[in-house]
Design a protein around this ligand. Structure first.
Ligand SMILES: NC(=O)c1ccc[n+]([C@@H]2O[C@H](COP(=O)([O-])OP(=O)(O)OC[C@H]3O[C@@H](n4cnc5c(N)ncnc54)[C@H](O)[C@@H]3O)[C@@H](O)[C@H]2O)c1
Length: 496
């Protein structure tokens, strides 16, 4: 990209940005977004832009106190993490992930000189794992100012959060953040983002519902990482309440078919193992929902010797289970047979009071869907006599009927709460999609092109590029269609 064009683009971005932010962005940012004088390019310096804060992100002086108890490492307006002294441990984890994310690292190398995100501010809400850190630092390396929060109370790696904060990223996240979940999201909005990145729509919802005016005028676009989030987005767009374009990253083939299937399959079993250390072989393993995630979980549990039972509401997904050799039944029936239950539907109340009451003594129940709504813990409490913690992420409920039921990770996604989430290798493709979509949004904006306020599909060429690059980094090659084969495909007269 020519320097003159880049300058013009940066000027345009700065023009659209609130004044104080634009001023900060115009300063030469040193490594990791920290100015040479030690102040950051975001957070506190971005305040006081909007004269009337009613529908605008909060100003610095208005930062409300946290509700959560315990000790934190905190620099108001810049970061709030559990313990900054964990940074070195976190940095090693990030380096480990980098070494297994060649596609994303290739994109970082490819674009770091041209700085395509310079002048833009990105707020993200996505599980703070080592892989997410690689994405966050790639955004920063490409010129964006970034502010981050987790998207689940139990999925933040405190060492990784500390490493990001120490590296100059604005981040508000810690493991066990039940009370201040939205406080953290609000702090990322203090950055006055013009790009958003979500996993489950909590950030988008907050921006749209609390700062509708801002969302309409200042935000260029966003991305959404997960199935449930994309469903929420489509509902929002259908109701005419989506105020900027959002790419459905989840729906990319190189995301949905790999991350949700193979990533969730492996990491969910990892989470169950870390929380229980049970043997899978010989157990009746009930998977609720045989979609992408459910297929992955069922495949891997079968591989470990479990007998799989599927519950479904969609006949085609149920048939897929039958053809894999699984039994398919209703949850009312499965509840009586299962030893281990895992929900993967994205829908609430999959396991309810009547199911708990008919379960075997010792049944293990967990969830790998986005929200903690799939297992109805309120109804479980109604039939519970006593409760105690057996080990980390494993709660024993003794029911009034005398049976014991073990719930993992408070019914939150077990692979992130009790383990480390998906392996880096698969997140490499998901997060390359995230990055490429934000590059698209930035390029469209800088070219003065207005994208529609809709849920946007991923360009198939992007999918193909990511898959091809991944294959190449794995040392594998593919065949190419010959000219003859190509014309054969397109020949409507070719027959027997
Ligand atoms: N744990 C993780 O790391 C992770 C990763 C990706 C996605 N997710 C989340 O997992 C959930 C599932 O995602 P997906 O990509 O597999 O979605 P999907 O749409 O591919 O599959 C969901 C399946 O659940 C079925 N279902 C819906 N209601 C049901 C009910 N009442 N009983 C039984 N089955 C029912 C649907 O018919 C569908 O087949 C979502 O919440 C998604 O956001 C979690």
């Amino acid at each position: 990209m020519a320097t003159a064009t880049k300058k013009a683009m940066a000027k345009k971005a700065a023009k659209a940005a609130p004044k104080a932010v634009a001023k900060a962005a115009a300063k030469p940012a040193a490594k990791n977004g920290v100015h040479k004088n030690g102040t950051r390019t975001n957070g506190a310096t971005t305040n006081g832009v909007h004269k009337n804060g009613a529908s605008k992100p909060a100003a610095k002086t208005a930062i409300p106190p946290k509700k959560g108890k315990g000790s934190f490492s905190e620099v108001p307006g810049k970061y709030c993490v559990r313990d900054i002294s964990l940074a070195e441990e976190g940095r090693k984890l990030i380096q480990w992930a980098e070494s297994r994310m060649p596609v994303l690292m290739h994109l970082r190398d490819k674009y770091k000189k041209s700085q395509p995100l310079k002048g833009l501010r990105l707020a993200g809400s996505l599980h703070v794992t080592k892989e997410t850190a690689v994405l966050v630092e790639t955004f920063a390396a490409l010129g964006a100012e970034v502010s981050w929060s987790g998207c689940n109370p139990l999925s933040t790696s405190d060492p990784v959060a500390a490493a990001l904060a120490k590296g100059g990223i604005s981040i508000f996240a810690w493991y066990g953040n039940h009370e201040d979940f939205y406080w953290c999201i609000e702090r990322t909005i203090d950055l006055k983002p013009n790009l958003t990145l979500d996993d489950g729509c909590d950030l988008i919802n907050t921006v749209h519902e609390k700062y509708a005016d801002y969302a309409r005028k200042e935000v260029i676009g966003g991305t959404e990482e997960t199935t449930t989030g994309v469903q929420r987005l489509r509902a929002r767009a259908g109701a005419g309440r989506l105020f900027y374009p959002v790419y459905a990253v989840n729906d990319a083939i190189t995301k949905w078919d790999f991350d949700n299937v193979y990533g969730t399959g492996q990491s969910t079993l990892d989470g169950i193992l870390r929380a229980t250390s049970v043997m899978f072989a010989g157990k009746n393993f009930v998977v609720a929902g045989h979609g992408h995630c459910g297929q992955g979980v069922a495949k891997r549990a079968k591989g470990m010797g479990s007998n799989i039972i599927i519950t479904e509401v969609k006949a085609t997904s149920a048939i897929k289970g039958v053809l894999e050799g699984y039994r398919v039944m209703t949850m009312d029936e499965a509840a009586k047979e299962g030893d281990i239950f895992c929900t993967a539907t994205g829908v609430k109340d999959i396991i309810r009071k009547k199911h708990f009451l008919s379960m075997k003594d010792g049944a293990i129940v967990c969830n790998t869907g986005h929200y903690d709504a799939e297992i109805n813990l309120k109804e479980l409490a109604e039939v519970t006599k006593s409760k105690r913690t057996i080990r980390e992420n494993c709660e024993e409920y003794t029911l009034k009927n005398g049976n014991k039921i073990y719930v993992l990770a408070e019914g939150r996604l077990v692979n992130l709460a009790a383990a480390e989430g998906h392996p880096s290798e698969v997140m490499d493709m998901s997060f390359s999609n995230q990055l490429m979509c934000h590059l698209e949004l930035a390029a469209a904006y800088k070219a003065g092109k207005k994208l529609p306020n809709q849920v946007l599909d991923i360009d198939p060429a992007q999918d193909e590029f990511i898959a091809e690059t991944k294959l190449r980094t794995m040392g594998m090659a593919m065949d190419k269609l010959t000219k003859d084969q190509l014309s054969y495909i397109n020949d409507y007269n070719a027959g027997t």
